[in-house]
Design a protein around this ligand. Structure first.
Ligand SMILES: Nc1ncnc2c1ncn2[C@@H]1O[C@H](COP(=O)(O)OP(=O)(O)OP(=O)(O)O)[C@@H](O)[C@H]1O
Ligand SMILES: [Mg+2]
Length: 553
């Protein structure tokens, strides 16, 4: 048995009986004892090593499964679950599950063996005494409940699992809050509200602390009362068996008294130990539930078994498409119908909140219409494997998302077999050559987390280069040129116009000058199409577009 095994009492008990029988036969005891002690080194090593291989493999497989699942969940899932919560599940909960398996493999088998041996030997020697063993457990449970009564008065009435759940949610909340706090540090400092932020995080910490104290208190009382209950029964066991031996009834001998009290002791110790590790075990089960919230989440982007997209011409038909965000009363897009020919450039214009980004997300397939259909080359997007469709798509979104890596890695993200010429062509077309050449290590300069070392306009130009290099059939631009100076905007505009040629493009731009060359302009208001046509027509119409145009010029 392992030296780290918590089951020490049980061990000594079986050890006693072994030694007792050994002495009586005057056998060469040291010859057995020494090897049996020394074998602990190799067997314990092998036991722990193999268990570690198994549980650590489980730990990393579980994290890999979560990571895979995170890639399959819909974008909507990420609007509901923040980074901190997910991080806490991947790190903290998986660790709790790993500890649980370790407990189950390392500790439970030896404890159960001890109980099994105690019961078996008693059944052979003094069968009717088993009734006493069996009756002990339910009575002990009742006794423990009675002993826990005072807890209710102190407001600790909930079950342990509820408390575990509360603590886990508090931890997730705190983790989410910490990440948010770190992200907000520049804004917090700029506004001089450090103390408010510190106070907020301290409140969260106090919540976690109190939930943990309540949990520990429940554990303390439960453990102590079970210990007391079982020890009381040990005494009763001794008194009953001794008085039976003393009066000579039921054939109980003095030897039986020693045996019965010895085994009853190891039995109760095992039960007490199981109760002692119960908190960790129930924490492990709570963690399984928590991880299950990701692994069993039905909010998947359903792609499996759907038709793969082999090529894209770029024809889109919007057939009375309506969409409302969950838990909102209003349609973000309402009855949107439009036929887009392959290669057409559609500009989407409207006030802030009109539904422009929502429409783009419907085209990407991040959102699915609640009513109506979107047909790509005559096929409903709902019936297609969106992962294959998106290989033909490039997106430059309102927020440029870059990762910690070099300029080159950021531009080449998700592509393979791109030549140096193609790379530099994209850089040129995105008007990014000049600033990239000025960076300390040129295109191999590290740009920091989310391009922290670049300006807003530089970040956007990288995102445009990234879109260009994929040579897409469908192009989606959401305010792509918003943070460019006028000179860059003009040259980017030329590049984008070259890029948009022969590709279906959906362009959202607040600056109306940037969508001059669009084939058609769709004017949205509260999710409806209010106007549609080319620039000249819309200006003549004197509608919303003309109003927006007048405001800008
Ligand atoms: N995740 C969301 N949950 C609920 N409502 C949302 C969500 N995202 C957007 N909305 C709402 O849907 C409507 C359309 O939003 P959308 O982002 O499409 O506007 P937009 O036209 O892109 O605006 P902007 O020009 O400011 O980017 C808005 O009223 C907005 O409040
Ligand atoms: Mg938007």
């Amino acid at each position: 048995m392992s030296p780290t095994n918590p089951n020490r009492e049980g061990q000594s008990c079986t050890g006693n009986i072994f030694t007792f029988s050994g002495i009586s036969e005057r056998s060469p005891l040291p010859n057995i004892t020494l090897p049996s002690i020394l074998q602990n080194i190799p067997t314990h090593y092998l036991h722990i090593r193999h268990m570690s291989i198994a549980t650590r493999a489980m730990e990393s497989n579980l994290r890999a499964a979560i990571a895979k699942r995170l890639q399959e969940l819909s974008i909507g899932f990420y609007k509901k679950n923040n980074t901190g919560t997910l991080q806490s599940k991947i790190l903290r909960d998986v660790e709790a599950i790993q500890l649980l398996t370790q407990q189950l493999f390392q500790f439970l088998p030896s404890t159960l063996l001890t109980i099994g041996v105690a019961v078996a030997v008693t059944a052979v020697r003094v069968p009717w005494f088993l009734l006493f063993f069996v009756a002990t457990v339910p009575i002990a449970v009742i006794l423990i409940r009675i002993l826990r009564q005072p807890l209710r008065g102190l407001g600790f009435a909930e079950a342990r699992s509820d408390r575990n759940n509360v603590l886990r949610r508090q931890m997730e909340g705190m983790s989410a809050h910490l990440i948010e706090m770190i992200k907000l540090i520049p804004i917090t400092r700029a506004h001089g509200v450090e103390t408010t932020e510190i106070a907020k995080i301290e409140r969260k910490l106090v919540d976690v602390q109190q939930a943990a104290i309540r949990l520990d208190s429940i554990d303390a009382i439960t453990n102590a009362s079970s210990w007391v209950a079982l020890r009381l029964f040990s005494c009763i066991c001794l008194v009953v068996s001794a008085s039976l031996a003393f009066t000579g009834r039921l054939g109980v001998t003095v030897g039986d008294v020693v045996l019965l009290t010895g085994y009853f002791d190891s039995l109760t110790s095992s039960v007490v130990q199981i109760l002692a590790v119960l908190p960790q075990i129930s924490k492990g089960f709570e963690a399984i539930g928590s991880v299950g919230e990701i692994l069993e989440c039905p909010d998947l982007e359903q792609d499996r078994g759907k038709k793969a997209v082999e090529s894209v011409k770029g024809e889109f038909i919007f057939d009375s498409v309506s969409f409302a965000y969950p838990h909102t009363q209003q349609w973000a897009i309402k009855d949107f119908s439009l036929h887009v020919e392959p290669g057409e450039t559609i500009a989407i214009v409207g006030r802030s909140g009109a539904g422009k980004s929502t429409l783009l997300n419907l085209i990407i397939g991040f959102l699915r219409p609640n009513k109506g259909r979107i047909l790509l080359d005559g096929q409903d997007l709902n019936t297609l494997d969106l992962r294959t469709y998106r290989r033909f798509l490039s997106v430059v979104s309102q927020e440029t998302i870059l990762f910690e890596g070099t300029v080159r890695e950021n531009i080449l993200y998700g592509t393979e077999g791109i030549s140096q010429e193609q790379l530099w062509q994209a850089v040129e077309d995105a008007n990014a050559r000049e600033f990239i050449d000025e960076l300390p290590q040129g295109i191999d300069t590290f740009i920091g987390e989310n391009g922290a070392k670049l300006s807003g306009g530089q970040r956007q130009r990288l995102a445009i280069a990234r879109a260009l290099i994929r040579n897409p059939r469908v192009l989606i631009l959401d305010e792509a040129t918003a943070s460019l100076d006028t000179a860059s905007e003009v040259s980017i505009q030329e590049a984008l116009e070259r890029l948009m040629a022969n590709r279906t493009s959906f362009v959202v731009a607040h600056r109306l000058s940037t969508i001059r060359k669009a084939n058609r302009i769709v004017v949205l208001d509260k999710g409806h199409i209010v106007e549609i046509g080319d620039r000249a027509q819309l200006l003549v119409n004197q509608g919303l577009f003309a109003q927006l145009h007048a405001l800008q010029t």
